[in-house]
Design a protein around this ligand. Sequence first.
Ligand code: OSB
Ligand code: MG
Length: 369
Amino acid sequence: MPMKQIKLRRLRMMLNNPFTTSFGTLQEKEFFITEISDDEGRRGFGESVAFTSPWYSEETVTTNYHIMKDFLINLLKENDITHPDDVLEVFKPIKRNHMAKAALEGAVWDLYAKQNNIPLAEALGGTKKEIDVGISIGIKPSVEDLIETISRHVHEGYKRIKVKIKPGWDYDVLREVRKHFPDTPIMADANSAYTLEDLEQLKKLDELDLMMIEQPLAHDDIADHAKLQAEMRTPICLDESIHSLEDTRKAIELGSCKIINIKIGRVGGLTEAKRIHDLCRQHGVDVWCGGMLEAGVGRAHNIALTTLPQFVLPGDTAGSSLYWKKDIIKPEVTVVNGVITVPDKPGIGYDIDDEALESFTVDEEVFQL
Ligand code: OSB
Ligand code: MG
């Protein structure tokens, strides 16, 4: 596929609301937007989902830069890419660094879809025209604050509510939430804040009819999660622990989870995400698309991936305006009654708002391919 140059842009954007997990609070986001262009002036876009500090995984914005600039871009220069699926193979000599790989691979996918004049969703084999979405709510200063926030989003029509938990902010809080919202699909995400020593406390959550509990145990564990799942009725969903198709196979074999949260950045790109999706489909494991507080480009990629059939549970890709005063795409992502209409234009399906993109850019660098 013809590719002429790559532009790396470092952006800085303020979140509308501070987002608190079991690891701390995020108020500002810094990340890379990748742009690969061809001779005809077509532009493919990707977004890196790493944060400035390595609290979620070992990658950061700065390690993304190092890996893209010093290794991955050279591999794209030296190798012929005939289809975006080739990128995974071409990047194989570089271990891990999945978010850096996904940021470049995503731009290749978008460019490929645009060169073929088809939506990215179609290029991936997705068929859904609409996707269901839920919302992820961070840890709040008080239970009243949490209930009020949930209430707002339930009225907006979001299809499920995810509540972040940590030791000391779990069973009692969720019991209150369940009392106020007896019929709302509710789930919890612990971001790996527990160990098997907390077994009794975690088992209490079984009373609350949660859709699932996401990543209760260590970020790098699948063995203890299997022990926990054997003791709990509530389905366990893995997020941080799943980096690849192989991790997925092992987690399914061990019985570590019943549900998988697929994040494109965490697994190294759309090609690997598709393969994980296909394996889960074969085994009847439900999947949904996670979020990383993305700007519009990342959001558009998530939406395209979610059009694949095994994404049977609502994802975390909520509307742009919940995160940003102004997003970098036109139109912004909008959610009506918990549903996003999948765009049908070529590529990611949203135009880049070049003025907005420029206004958030703090640094940029161009590489010839
Ligand atoms: O664990 O799913 C997570 C945000 C940042 C990092 C990790 C996670 C999250 C979320 C919010 O839960 C997802 C979103 O709204 O984009
Ligand atoms: Mg999670």
